[in-house]
Design a protein around this ligand. Structure first.
Ligand code: SF4
Length: 365
């Protein structure tokens, strides 16, 4: 579902060729397209007024022909571990979140692609919201521009564009909004854009099999799969999408996914206390991933009010990790970042928004 706020095209979400056509239609020289594009996607300009070397007449003409999506910062929460969570307000008043995660060797933004999510994973706070709408390409890329600018303002990172890595793991199922995602990825990977390397951009999916194939064919980015279970019965209960595309189909699509230059597919596995954290689960997981270029991210569950799951005991996390390592799998336990500001995995639900279970109690299945 794509909701167009109005018929006026969004300059922020136009592909490069669209900017070139617009500039030509306005009777301007072709080099103006590159100039505009760099303002939009390298400098992350918030307004046409910032584009000081673009002639006033062109800026006025653009203001008549197009709109420019710039997200409004509705909230900012900073964790003691350096994580920052932003809530952005869209033009039509919807709230979405992005999370900044600094590490020694990278500065990553977790990006949202939808307002809410229709997939309905039973352990996920976003899943309790349902889907309000897809984000447009300009709303996806502007999370990166606003975050870069804000990080510079806060002085917590250096350079005009502090972000080095992107993970599409925020609110929403990215591959359920493939059209917008594809345009956004093209903009973000463009040489005149914010200059992300495809090696540093990861799209995560809950298992939308046909779109995994398309992502592999049409983009060079990395794939992460939110797996979380080792039998169909278990995964059906946790992730309803498994009833449509069960484990065998999902893993077959992963085997076909082009992995370039020794890169690997990341399999995320949220460890839910007493549900999927046994040694038997670990052994089944190793056997499912045998032969795949896989890396496993174990994510100890963060207890959420309103959801009927518990964090796994620390000893279980260690035992699970050791069992996988003993079977020659690369496995890391993801740090629980930003827990104090509800920025950790599965905790994004646009606080205060219509779907926020902290305001509106939900009954989980
Ligand atoms: S885990 Fe991802 S796909 Fe599942 S409900 Fe949450 S946001 Fe949607």
């Amino acid at each position: 579902m794509v909701i167009s706020h109005d018929e006026t095209p969004d300059l922020r979400g136009l592909p490069r060729a669209g900017v070139e056509r617009l500039v030509a239609a306005l009777g301007e020289k072709p080099y103006r397209a590159r100039q505009l594009f760099r303002w939009l996607h390298r400098a992350g300009a918030a307004t046409l007024g910032e584009m000081t070397d673009v002639p006033r007449a062109l800026r006025d003409a653009l203001a008549r022909e197009v709109r420019l999506t710039t997200l409004e910062r509705a909230n900012e929460q900073r964790s003691t571990d350096g994580t920052v969570k932003w809530t952005w307000r869209t033009r039509d008043g919807k709230l979405v979140e992005s999370v900044y995660m600094p590490e020694a060797d990278r500065r990553t933004l977790c990006v949202s692609t939808q307002v809410g999510c229709a997939v309905g994973c039973t352990f996920c706070l976003t899943g309790t919201m349902g889907l309000a709408r897809n984000l447009e390409p300009g709303e996806i890329v502007d999370q990166i521009h606003r975050a870069n600018r804000r990080l510079v303002e806060l002085g917590v990172a250096e350079g005009p564009r502090p972000l080095t890595n992107l993970v599409f793991m925020g609110m929403g199922e990215p591959l359920a909004n493939y059209r917008s995602l594809k345009v956004a990825l093209d903009l973000l990977l463009s040489e005149d854009g914010p200059q992300f390397s495809h090696r540093h951009v990861t799209v995560s999916t809950s298992g939308l099999v046909p779109m995994i194939r398309r992502l592999g064919e049409e983009t060079p980015v990395k794939l992460a799969v939110s797996l979380n279970a080792t039998t169909d019965a278990q995964r059906d209960a946790l992730m309803p999408i498994n009833r449509r595309w069960p484990l065998a189909e999902l893993l077959a699509a992963c085997r076909e996914f082009p992995v370039r230059n020794g890169r690997r597919i990341t399999f995320e596995y949220v460890l839910l206390g007493g549900v999927n954290d046994s040694l038997e689960d670990a052994r089944r997981l190793a056997s499912l991933l045998r032969g795949l270029p896989a890396k496993v991210n174990l994510i100890p569950y963060n207890a959420n009010p309103g959801l009927p799951f518990e964090a796994p005991p620390a000893s279980r996390v260690v035992a699970f990790q050791e069992e996988l390592a003993a079977r020659h799998l690369t496995v890391v336990v993801r740090k629980n970042r930003g827990r104090d500001i509800s920025a950790a995995c599965g905790q994004l639900a646009a606080e205060g928004g219509p779907g926020d279970p902290r305001r509106q109690p939900v009954s989980a299945e």
